[in-house]
Design a protein around this ligand. Structure first.
Ligand SMILES: N[C@@H](CCC(=O)N[C@@H](CS)C(=O)NCC(=O)O)C(=O)O
Length: 223
């Protein structure tokens, strides 16, 4: 069971489970009433953050951890298995996405969780500059962007490109067109069967990664 909200970090997990062809059901976390902080959800994930995946081993949270757990259920499908020399670089990038790019992006969505409202504009300016540096880093060094086989790092990154274009107080800082390799990746991934299934399930519209529009989900809300 995947606890999700449309166009939330659970989208990364949905994409990976679809790519792995691991059957799953979903349970909506209703953000309109802050259900992520209610007792039923925090009993599963005490951080009060979406997603959580219920597995035979119990609930797992943290997007990167869930992606790795899922990939290890079907070794070599979407991530190098233990023993494969490519796993080292794969892990380095997965953790970079999880401990560098994703938290930085979160700061632009929820600046007042990190600093007082008066200082938020300063934080946003600095954080957006950092993010542009992170995207330039990917553009220059992430050779896995060009892989045609879907990986869990693809499933993690593509929604982050989408959110950069859609969420926060001002999107003028972000122009995917300035990063041709990232743009080509987004265009390639969004026409896969996996992205199409996620798009329909969460009402994400067309060109969901390269030129996204706000979602129109069949249930729940993104924020
Ligand atoms: N470190 C967490 C972050 C997840 C996260 O930021 N989730 C957002 C939705 S995309 C959330 O739950 N936001 C609700 C809140 O902050 O109250 C992870 O990797 O799973």
């Amino acid at each position: 069971m995947l606890y999700y909200a449309p166009d939330n970090a659970s989208l990364c997990v949905r994409l990976a489970l679809l790519a792995l062809e691991i059957p799953f059901e979903t349970a909506l976390v209703d953000r309109s009433c802050n259900a992520q902080n209610g007792p039923a959800y925090t009993a599963l994930n005490p951080n009060g953050l979406i997603p959580t995946l219920i597995t035979p081993d119990g609930p797992i949270y943290e997007t990167g951890a869930i992606l790795l757990w899922a990939a290890d259920q079907k070794p070599s499908h979407v991530f190098p298995a233990v023993g494969n020399p490519a796993r080292a670089a794969g892990l380095a990038w997965l953790f970079w996405l999880s401990n560098t790019l994703h938290p930085t992006l979160r700061m632009t969505f929820y600046p007042t969780k990190y600093i007082d409202a008066g200082s938020a504009p300063l934080l946003l300016t600095a954080t957006r500059a950092n993010l542009l540096g992170h995207f330039a880093h990917l553009e220059a060094h992430a050779d896995w962007l060009d892989d045609t086989q879907v990986s869990i790092s693809h499933c993690y990154l593509a929604p982050m490109l989408r959110w950069s274009a859609l969420y926060g107080t001002d999107q003028s800082w972000f122009d995917l067109g300035k990063f041709p390799r990232l743009l080509a990746f987004a265009k390639r991934f969004e026409v896969t069967h996996v992205a199409d299934q996620a798009r329909l399930a969460e009402g994400l519209g067309g060109t969901i990664f390269s030129a996204p529009t706000p979602p129109c989900p069949p249930e729940g809300s993104a924020t």
